[in-house]
Design a protein around this ligand. Structure first.
Ligand code: TMP
Length: 221
């Protein structure tokens, strides 16, 4: 029998959409279906470059006037993450679950901050950035709900969101939904509201056609 082909699954959504929790549970469901799973995230993914970029996110002064460099920074970290972790895992036949990918650049830098979408697409027409997910699960939530959840998170404790933030995340959410309308086969919109187990079941349903035998995982003990 031919070995299982690797599968590249990305999770997207605004802050507070529940991606990290859902990524962990989805990984367990995939393992139970007999798949090797590599869970990772952007920026970061355990690569020193990605984690350094994530650490920089905490310093707003760095990001204020970055201009186009913002796009290149994410692209450089993505390039290294793909070469060092994602592509080798896919070659081994693993399912790679990646928390954020290209669509985040399209909507945070493009829709949200008004950086040129053409530049983002041109960069991602160059190897290894040409890799596209087999499936993108967009955890969708009203901005108010997402930001309220993000505010409750102990690890980030943002000082609060102002009008400008709400407008920004509104553009980000609309940007994600517009991508989903353009690419309905790749991008599945999953309602991120409600109990964790219910959202998990929705995610499993949105991936089941690509993973034979995939069923929801019980909550971790
Ligand atoms: P997260 O922990 O919510 O995933 O935070 C990562 C932050 O990085 C989030 O604010 C979105 C941002 N980001 C971009 O702006 N562009 C990108 O391409 C990626 C991958 C993340």
């Amino acid at each position: 029998m031919a070995p299982d082909r690797g599968l590249f699954v990305t999770l997207e959504g605004i802050e507070g959409a529940g991606k990290s929790t859902q990524a962990r549970r989805l990984a367990r469901a995939l393992e139970a279906a007999g798949r090797q799973v590599v869970s990772t995230r952007e920026p970061g993914g355990g690569t020193p470059l990605g984690e350094a970029l994530r650490a920089l996110l905490k310093d707003p002064a760095i990001w204020r006037d970055l201009g186009l460099a913002e796009i290149y920074l994410y692209a450089a970290a993505r390039c290294h993450h793909l070469e060092s972790l994602v592509l080798p895992a896919l070659e081994r036949g693993a399912v790679v679950i990646c928390d954020r990918y290209l669509d985040s650049t399209r909507v945070y830098q493009g829709s949200g901050r008004g950086r040129p979408p053409d530049l983002i697409e041109q960069l991602h027409a160059l190897p290894p950035l040409t890799l596209r997910p087999d499936r993108t699960l967009l955890l969708d939530l009203p901005v108010e709900e997402g930001l309220a959840r993000a505010r409750r998170r102990t690890d980030e404790a943002p000082s609060g969101y102002d009008e400008e933030d709400f407008a920004f995340f509104g553009r980000v959410r609309d940007g994600f939904l517009a991508i989903a309308r353009r690419e309905p086969e790749r991008v599945r919109v999953v309602d991120g509201s409600g109990p964790e187990a219910v959202v998990h079941a929705r995610l499993v349903a949105a991936l089941a056609d690509l993973v034979p035998g995939l069923t929801p995982a019980e909550q971790a003990p």
